[in-house]
Design a protein around this ligand. Structure first.
Ligand code: ARG
Length: 271
């Protein structure tokens, strides 16, 4: 008897379901039928190496580990303009462009200079910010670094896959240490395993401002092209649709002075 009852209940449920479906399909006025509501926003996945304050870095905000920085603010605006939800993938710098190519990422923003070599592999947006490259050294050694020539024969730390790695490779007699993450390099410097770290100037300035024992060797300058000092967003080669949108966002943010503001705000967040 009990079994029968269960069967009857099941049957009614199934029938009720069918009935509902029927009303749905015959209801031409509502237009929505029984399809689930379209709440799923398009998603854009951005790749970055969040070891790079003030561009992109981790910060505890209200007890939650959050990726912040002026690149991240720009990425958020890109997503906003594209009416998409932003997903951030934190990866090693040297694996970003490959992940773009395989489709894991939609775009990359990571304090990246659009070098000639990279331009062959991916497409870049317009330049959204200009920087330079600096040399970080131990504070008590600043006096030993008066020009780029003083790097010759030294132990130099660079991030793996970065433009600085290339710069370092061009320094006569230098002994390079290439590591995946920037804080590891700064540790190498502090412990004396490298004499200098070549890194983007805004990042070097941050470290020098926040840590007592290291400083920027400001007399050491490199001669570089605009592609090597400007920062741009990368998309997969041929993704013109997204690239056009990104360029429109960059134009809007640059004209409004928003990028400058993002830089100032990001610098204030660094500890
Ligand atoms: N600007 C350098 C480059 O394009 C280094 C960038 C490193 N970025 C980072 N988020 N760690 O190669």
């Amino acid at each position: 008897m009990k079994k029968l009852l269960i069967l009857a209940v099941m049957l009614t449920t199934v029938l009720a379901g069918c009935g509902q479906k029927d009303t749905g399909t015959t209801n031409t006025q509502g237009g929505t039928d029984n399809k689930p509501a379209v709440t799923d926003k398009a998603k854009l996945t951005v790749g970055t190496s969040a070891d790079f304050a003030p561009y992109e870095f981790h910060k505890n905000i209200d007890g939650k580990d959050t990726i912040v920085g002026f690149d991240i603010e720009i990425a958020k605006e890109v997503a906003k303009d594209a009416n998409a939800e932003l997903k951030i993938e934190d990866m090693d710098f040297d694996s970003l462009l490959m992940a773009l190519d395989t489709g894991k990422l939609d775009f990359v923003i990571s304090g990246m200079n659009p070098t000639q070599e990279r331009r062959e592999a991916v497409d870049f947006s317009d330049i959204y910010y200009l920087g330079e490259h600096s040399v970080l050294v131990k504070k008590d050694a600043v006096g030993n670094f008066k020009s780029a020539d003083d790097l010759k024969g030294k132990k130099i730390g660079v991030q793996k896959g970065s433009l600085q790695e290339e710069i370092g490779q061009g320094v006569e007699g230098a002994q390079l240490t290439s590591l995946a993450k920037l804080p590891e390099l700064v540790m190498e410097l502090k412990t004396g395993r490298v004499d200098a770290v070549i890194v983007d100037k805004p990042v070097a300035d941050q470290y020098a401002a926040n840590q007592d024992d290291i400083a920027v060797a400001s007399d050491v300058k490199f001669e570089l092209s605009e592609d090597e000092t400007g920062y741009a967003i990368a998309v997969k080669k041929g993704n013109k649709e997204l690239l056009d949108k990104i360029n429109a966002t960059i134009k809007r943010l640059s004209e409004n002075g928003d990028i400058e503001r993002f830089v100032v705000e990001a610098n204030e967040l660094v500890e």
